[in-house]
Design a protein around this ligand. Sequence first.
Ligand code: ZN
Length: 195
Amino acid sequence: MSAPPPPFRTTAAPAAGAIARPAATAAVMAAPAIFRCERQRATLTTTSCARMWRAAQERAAPPQPWESLAHCHGCPIGARHAGRPDLILFAPATALRLICPRCTRQATRLIRGRLCISCYNRDLEARKGRNAKGSRLRLCAVLHAAELAVIEGNGAVRHVRQAPVVSLAEAMLMIARAAKAPVAFGRAVADAAAV
Ligand SMILES: [Zn+2]
């Protein structure tokens, strides 16, 4: 004996497990969501939050502490609202943002996001081979490529090569500043996956 035919429906029924939405839901979702931003101490729409977050990230230099946009720089909520969860920063890494990885001093800004002004100028001279007085810099003999095994987040091991650096510590700081999760370092060995 065959099963009876399914009942005739005039409108599409939601699939099993699906949540039926009222027709007005689309209009409700179109309205900008509002939330309380504790960093700005203000009530914002998600749209304005995303716009401010983008403005803070796109600055050539990070906003100064006294600027309103400084609160948006590196904000994970802003990154989500802007559709860039991949750019959510890891707080301990953010704390290293203005530490020069070469001299380990706190800087007001890092040139090209890499070195403090002093180290950057010495690095430029080293690449030319001589300083303004024509003397060969000791730094020329110190710069080298460093190779490390890097373990981050899911435990996978990456083989990373950083160059030029003055020490393994500089290479580690550069990697730690960009980390998205807790990171550990080891000596690069042949069986580590090459990057
Ligand atoms: Zn420096």
